[in-house]
Design a protein around this ligand. Structure first.
Ligand SMILES: NC(=O)c1ccc[n+]([C@@H]2O[C@H](COP(=O)([O-])OP(=O)(O)OC[C@H]3O[C@@H](n4cnc5c(N)ncnc54)[C@H](OP(=O)(O)O)[C@@H]3O)[C@@H](O)[C@H]2O)c1
Length: 275
């Protein structure tokens, strides 16, 4: 049995579907009752130690997905790793992020601390470090279609190597279900280096409508996102400032090796997800 945390989220659902496609038994931890592609669903708060113990009962492997922008991810991750040890879980795969060592991005730095705890835990582990997902553009589509603008709070020529979440999930299933990945740390980046301007041009060609990438100043982004919790808003702003200066690019070599095929291009992703 494989336990997947954060199971109702963007990542959790796709990882569960990949495991289901392999016929693997998976238990999904969710905090509100809902349909997810899993053989078992367990209800509970991810931050509650009694939930951890109950969810880990009879589990061989834990796929640890932490909530996006959790202010206490380092401590929460350590608690999950300790609970997995106490429950004699054989293996832990941690869903981290590309370049967790970037201190300027607080959520990356927290993930680095979780990685450190896991590496030193004595558990059999694998760490996956995905780049930003291609799917992150999907919530922007209604406004792209309505206004012909893809508004991002960083330079439109900053470079990324976006990865298809379906490929990330396929890689996750592979490291969970086949031997040979103990102690591995894999970056999972897509096959192309693209700016937001280039992504906008590809979307424009795909939807046959003019689309321009537009740089929204960070102060204006902060103002229009004043409703977000302070940690989330400040951490996102720090991430956008980092992207603005450095972009977020890595090699797709480890992902291609894991998938044993070329990872999906942005065009492949659009053909599948954007009608
Ligand atoms: N997005 C990217 O491009 C990207 C790239 C690399 C790594 N990552 C990492 O991937 C991870 C997952 O991201 P995501 O985009 O899939 O996040 P998401 O869609 O926000 O999903 C997070 C899930 O965690 C659940 N959750 C939050 N607090 C909980 C609690 N206290 N107890 C139980 N469940 C709780 C949420 O449940 P509810 O539905 O009930 O709120 C949600 O289902 C994050 O750690 C993120 O940093 C993301």
């Amino acid at each position: 049995m494989i336990l997947v945390t954060g199971a109702s989220g963007k990542t959790g659902r796709v990882v569960l579907a990949a495991l289901q496609a392999h016929g693997a038994a998976a238990r999904a931890l969710v905090r509100t009752p809902q349909q997810v592609p899993a053989s078992e669903v367990i209800l509970g708060d991810l931050a509650d130690s009694s939930t951890m113990a109950a969810a880990l009962q009879g589990v061989d492997a834990l796929y640890l997905i932490m909530p996006n922008m959790h202010p206490h991810e380092a401590e929460l991750g350590a608690a999950w790793i300790a609970a997995a040890k106490a429950a004699s879980v054989r293996r832990v795969v941690y869903h981290s992020v590309l370049y967790p060592q970037i201190e300027a991005m607080p959520h990356h730095w927290q993930k680095l601390r979780v990685e450190e705890t896991l590496i030193q835990s004595g558990l059999d582990f694998t760490i996956l470090q995905p780049a930003s997902y291609m799917q992150n553009i999907l919530p922007y589509l209604p406004s792209i279609r309505a206004h012909g603008e893809y508004r991002v709070p960083y330079a439109v020529d900053a470079l990324f190597s976006p990865v298809d979440l379906e490929d990330v999930a396929a890689a996750a299933a592979r490291v969970l279900l086949e031997p040979g990945h103990s102690g591995a740390v894999y970056q999972l980046a897509g096959p192309e280096v693209l700016s937001s301007a280039e992504m906008a041009a590809q979307v424009a060609a795909h939807i046959r409508q003019p689309v321009a990438a537009v740089h929204q100043p960070l102060d204006s982004w902060r103002f229009s996102n004043a409703h977000l919790p302070a940690y989330t808003r400040d951490t996102l702003a720090a991430m956008f400032a980092y992207y603005n200066t450095h972009g977020f690019v890595a090699s797709s070599f480890p992902l291609a090796a894991l998938l044993k095929r070329a990872p999906s291009s942005f065009a492949d992703f659009m053909t599948r997800e954007i009608i």
